[in-house]
Ligand binder design. Structure first.
Ligand code: DC
Length: 238
């Protein structure tokens, strides 16, 4: 049965830099609590892919803003796995190409792009218990999220993780390229004027450099359980 307007849904925000393990943690947390997992980076990647295919300079805010009305981004779930649709086409694989990471980061700096994707993100969170991962979830998208986690890891560990992930998919990259592209992208994401990537002041930081995925999940669940228990005790829920 659905909830009335006065019941609130639980929101867990997971933010952090590239390859910090956000999506693995957010997916595991969603499975743990039975919530919906929303990978917001995939939405920016879909916009980046559209711009890439059109041959538009992703840094040209005016040109990017001008084609937003031609873009339709949707998400759906197949066996619990998020699928991203760009104008009806499933682009879930293609948006993971290394080149699209840069396009996604470039287009995400533009205010019109952030405004374009804001409604979709908030709409989903208004109708479901969610675990949402991104860069500005705890600060801008869901500032009142019940649980906020900032997941980080050392640059070396993150570069190695991303390198392995891309190599396993058969993408032709070197560790050095991955490291320097990642460094540039994180710097750009955290210093842009519009909704820069940042930890919310009330976020709990977890450094996963020397933690296994299971240990990271356990640390996050400990934090989330404490907060969610308090909420459930204080209000009618479900
Ligand atoms: O998490 P990711 O690597 O798939 O994200 C791709 C880019 O999208 C990232 O470089 C910055 C941007 N992004 C953002 O600006 N805000 C978000 N909530 C999520 C991603």
């Amino acid at each position: 049965m659905g909830k009335s307007n006065t019941d609130s849904y639980i929101q867990i925000a997971v933010d952090g830099p590239s390859a910090s393990g956000k999506s693995s943690l957010a997916r595991a947390l969603a499975a743990h609590y039975g919530y919906i997992y929303i990978d917001t980076g995939a939405l920016y990647r879909a916009v980046g892919l559209f711009v890439y295919r059109r041959g538009i300079d992703p840094g040209d805010e005016r040109a990017v803003a001008a084609i937003l009305n031609q873009i339709k981004v949707d998400i759906a779930y197949t066996d619990g796995v998020q699928q991203v649709y760009l104008c009806g086409e499933n682009v879930s694989e293609e948006i993971r190409e290394h080149i699209i990471s840069r396009f996604a980061s470039d287009v995400s700096a533009h205010v019109p792009v952030r405004a374009f994707l804001l409604g979709l993100q908030r709409e989903i969170a208004a109708k479901n218990d969610v675990v949402m991962d991104g860069r500005d979830i705890g600060t801008v998208i869901l500032p009142d999220a019940h649980v906020k986690i900032y997941l980080t890891a050392s640059e070396e560990v993150r570069a190695m993780r991303r390198y392995k992930e891309l190599s396993e998919k058969g993408q032709n990259v070197t560790l050095d390229t991955v490291r320097s592209d990642m460094r540039q992208r994180d710097l750009k994401d955290s210093t842009r004027a519009a909704a820069p990537a940042a930890a919310a002041s009330d976020a709990v930081t977890i450094d996963s450099s020397f933690m296994t995925p299971a240990e990271t999940l356990a640390a996050a669940v400990e934090t989330a359980d404490r907060k969610i228990c308090k909420i459930l005790k204080n209000k009618k829920y479900k």
